[in-house]
Design a protein around this ligand. Structure first.
Ligand code: P1T
Length: 379
């Protein structure tokens, strides 16, 4: 099955009871048993729920994995991955990443004795400098949030494999429409389903997708034992969102290119971060591992003035000033004071998250309205 068919049919079959094409929302916590243990595969909805199963099958299919697991948020999915580790283990992570992931790693898991090295991975071979015999996981976001750095998944997977280290890729910004990390050698794909997969800014959810059964079993054990699952209503919405992922992503990419090019030509703009530019340091890697360049664009204004950046995001009218990304509507954010405020200023500025940085999630509205909105807000 090709990708554009998998988004609609992958892992799906009509419901056994009445043939409904969409799975029913099985709004139930529990399932009747004929005798203790005598049930049809479902006994309690933390362990499994048929609507969630339909979603998990769709997730596995679109990422070319064999097993999908859906969680109550993206961070809950990341939390489950780190719970594979033991005190004393080490993780090598991208230094530019979602602020909430950084906070989870440093404020929660460091105190349980897990050590995190946050490093630049623009040159993947840099990873080798940080590998010790305690390194158990490499954590990669690509494109990164919010600086749009591109990390070479294939080379990273080769390094991870040679040292018997797990590679997890946060594929939230790219989605499987643009890149499929499991095919490039990653062990785990993670999503904030809240974003492009859901696609309509109406739910919070996370996902993990893997190929290996033994790894899936460990993650399933953690999912059930820790309990951070999503409910059947949200599973239904995510499944509906996934069905239009390919058409939405195509438009996000078209509009992203138009917006990035407009900003690059604006005299008040200093830097535009978007992997589609030939001047992007890892443009060639982006071209090799991604089908297109996505709808996320970050930029800074000349003079790096905090107040000016705040004024711009406040004046936008079609773009909504809000956290999050990946919905049909365009959003603008100020990472230093919003999504990345939990990263200390010295740390975030090292990776380029400066006071004038603005991040756009370019939606699928008419491009003329988006450009006119930016024009009036930037001046
Ligand atoms: O918000 P949640 O569903 O828990 O997902 C966390 C997360 C993980 N990974 C990436 C790359 C993310 O961007 C996020 C969430 N990000 C935002 C809310 C944001 O505005 O950047």
């Amino acid at each position: 099955m090709k990708f554009n068919t998998k988004t609609i049919h992958g892992g799906q079959k009509p419901d056994a009871a009445y043939g409904s094409v969409m799975p029913p929302i099985y709004q139930t916590s529990t399932y009747a048993q004929t005798t203790p243990g005598g049930h049809n595969g479902y006994e309690y909805s933390r362990s499994a729920n048929p609507t969630r199963t339909a979603l998990e099958n769709a997730l596995a299919s679109i990422e070319n994995g064999h097993f999908g697991l859906a969680f109550g948020s993206g961070l809950a999915a990341i939390d489950a991955v780190i719970k594979l580790l033991e005190p004393g283990d080490e993780v090598i992570s991208t230094n530019d990443l979602y602020g909430g992931t950084y906070r989870l790693f440093t404020s929660i898991f460091e105190k349980f004795g897990i050590k995190f090295n946050f490093i630049g991975m623009a040159n993947a071979s840099n990873i080798e400098n940080y590998i010790t015999n305690k390194t158990k996981l490499i954590w990669v976001e690509t494109p990164t949030n919010p600086m749009m750095n591109i990390i070479d998944i294939k080379t990273t997977a080769k390094i991870a494999n040679e040292h018997n280290i797990l590679l997890a890729v946060d594929n939230t910004f790219a989605t499987p429409y643009l890149q499929q990390p499991l095919d490039l050698g990653a062990d785990i794909v993670m999503h904030s389903v809240t974003k492009y997969l859901g696609g309509h800014s109406d739910l919070v959810m996370g996902a993990l997708i893997v190929k290996e059964k033994a790894l899936a079993d460990k993650l399933y054990f953690i999912q059930n034992a820790s309990g951070a699952v999503c409910g059947p209503q949200d599973s239904f919405l995510a499944l509906r969102g996934i069905k239009t992922l390919h058409v939405r992503m195509q438009r996000h990419c078209e509009n992203g290119k138009i917006v990035a090019s407009y900003l690059a030509s604006h005299p008040k703009i200093e830097n535009v971060y978007w992997p589609g530019f030939e001047s992007h340091p890892n443009h060639n890697i982006a071209k090799a591992q991604m089908r297109d360049f996505g709808g996320m664009v970050s930029f800074t204004t000349k003079g790096n003035n905090y107040e000016e950046a705040i004024k711009i995001v406040e004046q936008l009218k079609v773009f909504t000033l809000a956290e999050s990304l990946g919905g049909v509507e365009s959003l603008a954010g100020h990472p230093a004071s919003m999504t990345h405020a939990s990263i200390p200023k010295e740390e975030r500025e090292k990776t380029g998250v400066v006071d004038s940085l603005i991040r756009l999630s370019v939606g699928i509205e008419d491009e003329a309205d988006l450009i006119n909105d930016l024009k009036q807000a930037i001046g």
